[in-house]
Design a protein around this ligand. Structure first.
Ligand SMILES: Cc1cc2nc3c(=O)[nH]c(=O)nc-3n(C[C@H](O)[C@H](O)[C@H](O)COP(=O)(O)OP(=O)(O)OC[C@H]3O[C@@H](n4cnc5c(N)ncnc54)[C@H](O)[C@@H]3O)c2cc1C
Length: 366
């Protein structure tokens, strides 16, 4: 370990939340370093070719990858306040000396000492257990999107999609657009979890959505050549006869879980919150965690949408800038919370709010 690099604000993760945190804090005058594992900034946004829902303030109606470009333009307009370092991963945090370790590429290591940090590490895809689920040909939906929409590579010829939430529905549609046959979408729940507009689009293409069904086995020797699917009863027990479907891809879209390793290392107070899809850090309204110099934003704070991730990033960046002693506009903080409240209206929002209620503290000093 050779160099130690110093920065005012370290933002870990250059997705929707991290880029907004960086823009907000730099706008207030902070010197910001963004560390991003991927080869380019933008996080999940860069693989989203569809137009986003949400509110106009969060670019509803704009394609995901275009939103990433808008955020990067905002950052560029701030001059050299933000240093974005891609192909670099924060591998550890050492609370005893306040040092983060970074691996750049595969063989360069250095340390960062930051006065404050916003951790916007996003989420990881979930898997479900079934026989042979490690055969080549079993993909996460995020990997399929990255292959198709970032690198222009079609992953196979025929797919069984597992999961009828928004991700499963959108990726099924994108696979069909790319010429891949979608044999069926199987969903364990008795109803479709995603928006009806996405379900209607794939039904119009003649793709069946099989509710109360799951995949029980991937078949094949060295690579996948089929999926065995089976019906479930209302207690999620297998019923009926298993059916083999020939295919060369099983695509798993069974949910995401927050990426929180660094919060655990830092000793942040954590709790498992089912509505937020995993363990998440406690936070106050400024998105500050129980570690006073660390903030959380985006999917790392609980799985929601890019719109909420962007506003949380703004709040975290605003608050971290204020904690650095920079002048910030208190009205903006209220405005961001109003936006979040709008985004969290409705049935899905109720679930999110019930989850956030379990980890939101009124203030760490209280
Ligand atoms: C198919 C699909 C469709 C979607 N459609 C919509 C939609 O229509 N509308 C909407 O609002 N939202 C949508 N979303 C959700 C949205 O994409 C996410 O909620 C949003 O991207 C979360 O932003 P984030 O910054 O928290 O995480 P991410 O975008 O995941 O960014 C996190 C970043 O952190 C980096 N990272 C993680 N750990 C480290 C580390 N240790 N060191 C360095 N870098 C690290 C990752 O590489 C990643 O780039 C969709 C998601 C999917 C998968």
């Amino acid at each position: 370990m050779k160099k130690t690099f110093e920065t005012d604000l370290l933002v870990i993760g250059g997705g929707a939340a991290g880029l907004c945190a960086a823009a907000e804090a730099a706008g207030a005058g902070a010197n910001v370093t963004v560390i991003e594992s991927d080869l380019h900034p933008g996080g999940q946004l860069v693989k989203q070719t569809h137009k986003f829902f949400g509110s106009r303030d969060e670019y509803a109606g704009t394609r995901g990858y275009k939103i990433a470009e808008i955020l990067l333009d905002e950052i560029k307009s701030l001059g050299d306040k933000v240093d974005i370092r891609c192909n670099s991963t924060v591998t550890g945090y050492y609370p005893e000396d306040g040092v983060f370790t970074v691996m750049k590429g595969e063989d360069e290591y250095y340390r960062i000492k930051a006065k404050k940090a916003v951790m916007a590490t996003g989420a990881q895809e979930r898997m479900i257990p079934f026989t042979n689920n490690d055969l080549p040909g079993v993909y996460g939906a995020g990997a399929v999107q990255t292959l198709m929409n970032v690198y222009g590579v079609v992953p196979g010829k025929k797919v069984i999609m597992v999961g009828a939430g928004n991700i499963g529905l959108i990726v099924s549609y994108q696979l069909a657009q790319a010429g891949v046959e979608v044999a069926a979408v199987v969903e364990a729940m008795p109803k479709i979890g995603g928006y009806w507009v996405h379900a209607a689009k794939i039904r119009r293409l003649g793709i069946p959505i099989l509710l109360r069904h799951t995949v029980v086995e991937a078949t094949g020797d060295k690579v996948l050549d089929g999926a065995v699917i089976q019906e479930l009863d209302d207690k999620f027990q297998l019923i009926g006869e298993p059916v083999k479907v020939d295919c060369d891809i099983i695509c798993m879209a069974v949910g995401l879980t927050p990426t929180t390793e660094l919060f655990w290392q830092a000793g942040c107070k954590m709790q498992f919150v089912p509505q937020l899809c995993g363990y998440v850090p406690f936070r106050d309204k400024t998105m500050r965690t129980s570690c006073p110099d660390m903030w959380v934003a985006g999917d790392a704070s609980g799985i929601e949408e890019a719109s909420a991730a962007m506003v949380e990033g703004r709040i975290a960046g605003h608050s971290a800038a204020a904690a650095l002693g920079l002048k910030t506009d208190a009205k903006k903080f209220d405005e961001y919370w109003t936006r979040l409240d709008h985004l969290r209206a409705g049935e899905v929002g109720e679930k999110i709010l019930a989850g956030i209620g379990q980890v939101l503290v009124s203030g760490w000093e209280a």
